[in-house]
Design a protein around this ligand. Structure first.
Ligand code: ADP
Length: 474
């Protein structure tokens, strides 16, 4: 089975969130299952500057995009036994940042078209193209439009994974003929409420549709979660499934993590305290205090539940806790936490930056990890917390619901604390329940053991993906 992942992020080359983690780790798990899995990425400036000397140049060719004839250079390199291919076009990708440019619709249409054209030249013959998010959504669309008379391309099967339905790639309808070069009679594939919607195009044209958790697969059939796509999702339910992401157990391992002050495991969990003390020192938090430390790491966006946290922040702080936030995003939230850090000197730390090392130290040093998302397709941060023995407090949505089972003191089962409604006081109550457990060592140790014992590896999900691939290539 030959599978080509088409993605605009993969660790270690490019990451803005969970997509980078998934495409950086799932391929090697699938390789262990006997598949030949490779990855196609854009050759962004940051990648070219850092990795170009280690890359092999394959060849250059021309990619037609509407009326344009675009240069494409194809490079590759091995990383952790996975072959990564890179699409080089400096006009589109030699810029700072991955997304957010005025011509993103054109840049990623080019990436999708160039990926399909590259199949004529690479030393790899995929059975399946596994596309991710709106940026590679045009791959199945182009297969059904530009390549429909080509026998080789018609044999290819496509899987399209929605990691987050909020970002769909919506553009004015001029883009259809100007950039995509798609005929009027095929335009309906992409049209949605008068606009072009790349993700909608992939949903209707792919062979199998997946999301990153079973609960999210249900949720996106509801208007509340679907960002307008629920009817399209419902029409395509027959090919939809939810497969929970895993995390890279090598990368996220408190026993091997070089960013930590002291390495530890389930059996040496006492050393977590040393990590907590060092983190407190590093962030200027009061070290003499034995206050429970609540951590948050993630994008500061509304759907991550930040409005719930800001609404009751002072009430949380009434519970003799310390709080650390690492995240970037909406300015109002960055400002909020910076102000709170100034107001609660020695008790609140706010770092509005991106730092994988500090993130590790927070996963290791915190006692509770707060993730009150309004919507969460899968969420990796709660799984990383479990791996580091830090107890997640989450809202029951998407992958949070599928990975965190509320702790039940009567049975000793469960690996975290959960609340249901999108309500700041329910969240506050959940935090208090977590703090209550923290103050009962017997329960807390059991809860930590359950967290450490939770299997968040890719093993189970890799088996599910393999079955899915086998199903469509039969
Ligand atoms: P999303 O993909 O929606 O951003 P996930 O929880 O699935 O959320 O994945 C987020 C990933 O990005 C986690 O690995 C998390 O540790 C990391 N991350 C988010 N913000 C930061 C930050 N400011 N610094 C370091 N790592 C971060």
């Amino acid at each position: 089975m030959n599978i080509l992942f088409v993605s605009t992020e993969a660790v270690p080359f490019a990451k803005t969130g969970g997509l980078g983690d998934v495409v950086g780790s799932l391929p090697s798990e699938l390789i262990k299952k006997g598949a030949d899995v490779r990855v196609m990425l854009p050759l962004y400036k940051s990648i070219k500057d850092e990795y170009a000397p280690s890359m092999i140049f394959h060849r250059a060719y021309t990619v037609d995009l509407g009326w344009r004839s675009c240069y494409c250079g194809l490079f590759s390199m091995e990383y952790n036994e996975v072959t990564f291919y890179f699409i080089d076009n400096e006009q589109y990708f030699y810029r700072d940042g991955y997304y957010g440019h005025f011509d993103d619709g054109e840049r990623f249409a080019y990436f999708s078209k160039a990926t399909l054209e590259s199949l004529k030249y690479i030393d790899f013959d995929p059975d399946i193209l596994h596309c991710n998010e709106w940026q590679s959504a045009l791959v199945p669309v182009f297969l059904k439009t530009h390549y429909r008379d080509n026998e080789y391309y018609q044999k290819l099967r496509t899987v399209f994974t929605i990691h987050n339905i909020e970002y769909q790639g919506i553009y004015g309808k001029e883009i259809i003929s100007d950039v995509l070069g798609i005929n009027k009679k095929d335009a309906g594939i992409l049209m949605m409420n008068g606009d072009v919607n790349y993700m909608k195009g992939a949903i209707v044209t792919c062979d199998r549709l997946t999301t990153v958790s079973p609960s999210y697969a249900k949720e996106i059939t509801y208007p509340f979660y679907s960002h307008g796509l629920h009817t399209i999702i419902e029409e395509n339910m027959y090919k939809l499934s939810g497969i929970l992401n895993g995390i890279d157990y090598k990368a996220y391992n408190p026993y091997r993590d070089k960013a930590l002050a002291v390495k530890y495991s389930k059996n040496s969990r006492d050393k977590k305290k040393i990590n907590k003390a060092r983190l407190q020192e590093e962030l200027g938090l009061d070290t003499a205090s034995d206050a429970p430390l609540i951590g948050m790491v993630g994008r500061l966006a509304e759907h991550k539940g930040l409005p719930l946290v800001t609404a009751v922040f002072d009430r949380i702080m009434e519970n003799q806790v310390q709080f650390v936030l690492l995240g970037t995003g909406q300015k109002e939230f960055e400002d909020f936490f910076r102000n709170k850090a100034a107001e609660y000197k020695g008790r609140v730390a706010a770092i509005t930056a991106f730092s994988a090392e500090l993130a590790s130290r927070i996963y290791a040093g915190a006692d509770l990890f707060l993730m009150p998302s309004i919507s969460e397709p899968c969420g990796l941060a709660q799984m990383i917390s479990l791996r580091y023995g830090t107890i997640p407090v989450v809202r029951a949505t998407g992958g949070l619901k599928d990975s965190i089972e509320p702790y039940n003191p009567a049975t000793g089962k469960g690996n975290g604390v959960r609340f249901d409604s999108i309500n700041a006081h329910d969240m506050l109550d959940a935090v208090k329940r977590g703090l209550d457990l923290y103050r009962q060592p017997e329960h807390w140790q059991k809860l930590m053991t359950n967290a450490f014992n939770t299997d968040c590896s890719w093993k189970r999900s890799a088996v599910e993906y393999m079955s899915l691939y086998e199903l469509i290539t039969l």
